[in-house]
Ligand binder design. Structure first.
Ligand SMILES: Nc1ncnc2c1ncn2[C@@H]1O[C@H](COP(=O)(O)OP(=O)(O)O)[C@@H](O)[C@H]1O
Ligand SMILES: [Mg+2]
Length: 246
């Protein structure tokens, strides 16, 4: 059996006196969407920055495809074909949609040392994400939905095997959410692994194969959507709100 794309083993992270993540273990395998949900402050974004190497855990280890990367810096890790989007958007506002994607493609080629055709890679991603018509728009003039899509496009052009998405559907309307959902499902059909942090429970329940529920830095439950919906601890801590009918 292949090693998971990413594995967190007993990860603990503290900020000052606050334990943001408390002995969390989680494995993500290729070809499906792994949901990571939980109330605000549960530790979801912190796990992402641990994955990228921006914060070092106090205890525990991170493995990328079986390789211990716990002590590896963020730049070297990105070369292991992991990409992410941020809860706060990080686009080049004055650049066009095309140039935002192309710049990411060129940065990737810089470290990948291959002969990728950045123009062709950019075109492919424009096509795949449906951003072709906005290619000449400035990024800071895009409505939120398209700006979030552009973040995903910039991540995709780096040709990841693992994509970490932090609330990509925040601020999207129903139609945009639907488009995002079919884009993500199409990507996993091609073997990409996706970790999705998202508050839109309908979206999570529809498209995730596995869901990990965090609460106060700890894993409350890992299971398929049906199992998570039925779990009493999860309902009590999280789903008890009106967001989901269980
Ligand atoms: N840079 C930081 N400094 C201090 N505390 C932080 C920092 N980042 C996150 N935290 C704390 O860690 C906990 C988890 O936060 P976070 O991972 O952002 O949660 P989530 O993304 O699930 O909403 C919260 O209590 C938050 O206040
Ligand atoms: Mg967060």
């Amino acid at each position: 059996m292949n090693a998971p794309l990413i594995e967190f083993r007993d990860i603990t992270v503290t900020f000052g006196g606050v334990t943001a993540v408390d002995k969390v273990s989680m494995s993500v395998v290729p070809g499906g969407i792994h949901g990571l949900i939980g109330p605000n402050g549960a530790g979801k974004s912190t796990l992402f920055i641990v994955a990228c190497g921006l914060v070092r855990p106090r205890a525990g280890a991170v493995y990328l495809e079986g390789r211990d990367v716990t002590r590896m810096g963020p730049h070297r890790r990105a070369r292991l074909r992991m990409a992410r989007t941020f809860q706060q958007l990080e686009l080049f506002g004055v650049l066009s949609v095309y140039d935002n994607i192309r710049t990411a493609a060129e940065i990737r080629r810089g470290w990948a040392h291959d002969h990728s055709d950045c123009g062709r890679d950019t075109d492919e991603v424009l096509e795949r994400t449906g951003l072709r018509e906005m290619a000449d728009e400035r990024a800071d003039r895009l409505p939120t939905g398209l700006a979030r899509l552009l973040e995903v496009a910039r991540a995709l052009v780096t040709k990841p095997r693992l994509l970490l998405l932090d609330e990509p559907a925040a601020g999207l309307n129903e139609q945009e959410t639907l488009a995002l959902s079919s884009l993500l499902q199409g990507l996993t059909d091609d073997g990409l692994g996706i970790v999705l942090v998202e508050h839109d429970m309908d979206l999570v329940m529809q498209i995730c194969r596995v869901i990990t529920v965090l609460n106060m830095g700890q894993v409350l439950k890992t299971g398929n959507p049906g199992e998570v919906r039925k779990d009493h601890a999860v309902i009590g801590a999280y789903l008890g709100s009106a967001e989901v009918s269980v």
